[in-house]
Design a protein around this ligand. Structure first.
Ligand code: SF4
Ligand code: SF4
Length: 169
């Protein structure tokens, strides 16, 4: 059976994780705490703002296949949700990225997702805003959706035609 899924980003529009971390979080908290030990602020700061979790995915025989079809509410340039506060009301299959989601199998978060990386024993990459100190570094490194050939779900009928083989998803 083939099903489309959408998942939400935990970024907050206009926030700056690097700057905010200096004000509100313990230095290098992601190296000292497990995901389950993090407070809500630390949890949200972990999100690199890549936007890749807001792509539609297809579950094909138990394998998650990413498509280049974005949720209609994802801003393709900023890679942020345009309806963050109301996302669950407006998009029924928009999901909370919590521990359960991070550990779900098969994996539906992209390989570069900070939550998945940390939970699986990897460190944050150099382009992560918390490491670089610059929220734009995720985009400059080509790790976000910015600049990629993506299409809004409102223009798509057959998701199967848009499956991608990107190395980072
Ligand atoms: S509603 Fe927002 S957070 Fe949810 S999938 Fe769409 S763009 Fe992403
Ligand atoms: S894939 Fe992970 S790091 Fe990227 S926007 Fe989604 S939750 Fe944040």
């Amino acid at each position: 059976m083939t099903t489309a899924k959408k998942h939400y980003v935990v970024t907050i529009a206009r926030r700056d994780p690097a700057a905010e971390a200096k004000e509100t979080a313990e230095p290098f908290f992601w190296k000292k705490k497990k995901l389950e030990e993090m407070n809500p602020t630390e949890w949200e700061l972990l999100c690199d703002g890549c936007g890749k979790c807001c792509l539609n995915k297809l579950d094909i025989d138990g394998k998650i296949c990413f498509t280049c079809v974005r949720c209609r509410f994802l801003d393709a340039k900023s890679c942020l949700c345009r309806i963050y506060e109301n996302r669950f009301a407006k998009v029924p299959d928009c999901r909370l990225v919590d521990l359960r989601a991070v550990r779900e199998k098969p994996r539906f978060l992209p390989k570069t997702c900070a939550y998945w990386l940390l939970d699986n024993g990897y460190d944050l990459p150099s382009w992560h805003p918390l490491v670089s100190g610059d929220r734009e570094s995720v985009h400059r490194a080509g790790q976000s959706l910015r600049g990629r050939l993506i299409i809004s779900e409102s223009e798509v009928k057959h998701y199967e035609d848009y499956i991608v083989d990107w190395q980072d998803v």
